[in-house]
Design a protein around this ligand. Structure first.
Ligand SMILES: O=C(O)CNC(=O)[C@H](CS)NC(=O)CCC(=O)C(=O)O
Length: 276
């Protein structure tokens, strides 16, 4: 099966980001892709809360979601929308960081709200308080597809290994980790974390990433790490998107999942034990 990771530099204008994604989806489909994947916050990546309040929409009204569902249907492809920032209507005004699996008929096959919030001081100059803007989700999502079980997650979730173990033990063959990783932690941890999740679970890992800086002249530009990765169930990096916006196309074979798990059946070797 041919998959296509869309590595992009989303800015704060959803209409502009949508045009970029639609163009890359058509390009991917014309090269034979059957499954296209976009990064975290495909529709809007910004520090500016006022801009989010102005342009974000409720799921039912969201123009990006509607257009991407229609395009998946027109092209007849599966689509992972890594996530959309969406209004929730909640009294506290927080958004959802919500991922979608779209089937080739345009229907929503799965929906997942990012569970773990990136409330982290990477350095004095670089702090994130994701839970101020976003309301975390509280349940995992596994989507059954004709090509296998797909476990959903977003970005910072990648650091919580038990989420992926649960997804794999519930039937995931493929784990999705769409991201907008920070450049500092990306360089230190990104590839290692993704390879570890693949090795521990014997799953493919597909990680479409935001990359680079949108609006370099802004007072506080938002930069992301890039390096969209496809990792095999044995832990090999099959493709790395580097740091420019690009389409990462890979041919994968889901049978590799059972081969890897036959060699290392750790997923079936859990034991109950007392805590320390
Ligand atoms: O803020 C938004 O609009 C969209 N969300 C993000 O960009 C999120 C939270 S700030 N980024 C991450 O989770 C990076 C995790 C990371 O870099 C790590 O785990 O090291």
């Amino acid at each position: 099966m041919k998959i296509a990771l869309l590595q992009i530099t989303s800015g704060d204008d959803p209409a502009e980001n949508l045009e970029t994604v639609l163009g890359m989806m058509r390009d991917a489909a014309s090269q034979g892709a059957e499954f296209a994947l976009t990064p975290e916050v495909t529709n809007c990546l910004t520090w500016k809360r006022a801009q989010q309040d102005a342009v974000l929409q409720l799921e039912d009204d969201d123009d990006t979601l509607a257009a991407l569902r229609a395009e998946a249907k027109a092209l007849g492809v599966w689509l992972s929308i890594g996530s959309l920032a969406l209004k929730t209507g909640d009294a506290d005004g927080r958004f959802a960081n919500r991922s979608f699996m779209i089937a080739p008929d345009g229907s929503i096959a799965g929906r997942y709200d990012k569970i773990h919030m990136f409330d982290v001081t990477v350095s004095e100059a670089e702090t994130y308080r994701e839970s101020k803007g976003y309301r975390p989700g509280d349940h995992a999502t596994l989507v059954k597809t004709p090509f296998g079980g797909v476990g959903m997650s977003v970005c910072y979730d990648v650091r919580f290994a038990y989420l992926y173990r649960q997804l794999a033990q519930a039937g995931a063959d493929i784990l999705l980790v769409p991201a907008a990783f920070s450049p500092v932690t990306g360089a230190a941890h990104w590839e290692t974390l993704l390879r570890a999740r693949a090795i521990e679970t014997g799953c493919y890992v597909f990680a479409a990433a935001q990359t680079g800086t949108y609006d370099e002249t802004a007072a506080r530009p938002r930069t992301t790490y890039g390096h969209s990765l496809v990792v095999s169930p044995w832990g090999e990096v099959l493709a790395d998107g580097g740091t420019d916006p690009t389409l990462v196309m890979v041919d994968i074979d889901v049978a590799e999942v059972s081969h890897a798990r036959k060699r290392i059946p750790a997923l079936t070797h859990d034991r109950d034990f007392a805590g320390p």
